[in-house]
Design a protein around this ligand. Sequence first.
Ligand SMILES: [Zn+2]
Length: 291
Amino acid sequence: MNEMAPLAAYLPFNRGCLKNGFEPAKRGAVAGAPKGRWLIMQEQSVVVGTDGHEISLPEGERPAGFDAATGEPACLGHCGDEAFWVLALPKDAPLPPGYHAETIVPMRGTKLPDDLLTLGGMAAQLLWWESTSGFCPRCGDATTRIVGEWGKQCPRCAYEHYPHLHPCTITMIRDTPNRRVLLARKAEWAPGRYALVAGFVDNGESLEGCVRREVMEEVGVEVGEIRYVGSQNWPFPSQLMCGFVAEYAGGDIAVDTTELEDARWFPADELPIRPSRHSIAGYIIANFSRL
Ligand SMILES: [Zn+2]
């Protein structure tokens, strides 16, 4: 086991990945005229310039040629002196010459560098929140923004809500004495690719309780010691993935075929195709499977 693993805090989609630091914008605060670098989102893709060899974001004042973008630009925040602005472009809107839309989804083979992936993920979450918070979930009235916050308030019933993050656990099960690791796959994944057991935390449940329950439900084994190894903000659309390593404590594998296609033990030195290096699943397997 590698006790000196790099911190998961630096994985893409976590703000810690941005080398110059990131100061998120508070909505309602004065952000100045829209000028800086532009995260123009087209569904789960970022519009990037393709001039030369480097992928780059449009820069300067609101870029021309994106008139189909809906709504006002929103300030995402600042890296140093540089402001980042977000616009949503409809799915089928054509792009001006020199631009293309690059996916932020790791499993679709994104070519974005880690910093743009992280900024794109935050932009996607901002737009997701805007698209899901326009009406009060309690009484249905149109909401208004709470000044200086991302939150929304209902003028009729005073209900307040804030951007939602959904906690999930993601777990690698290890049988250390036998130097093997339990990995699982879903039917929709690329052939031969195996990853970890994951699921949403239930009401009234601790993270550790969620690990034990999800492991038992999905692969049918018991786990003993559980250790937290890091987390990743996952903007598809809004999960907080909490990563764990759990020691096998007994039982035979019984796959829940409503969730998984397969789960099996792999010798620690003969692992199958792994998840993307961009995901915490890839991080955990890369750093905690050497037994
Ligand atoms: Zn209401």
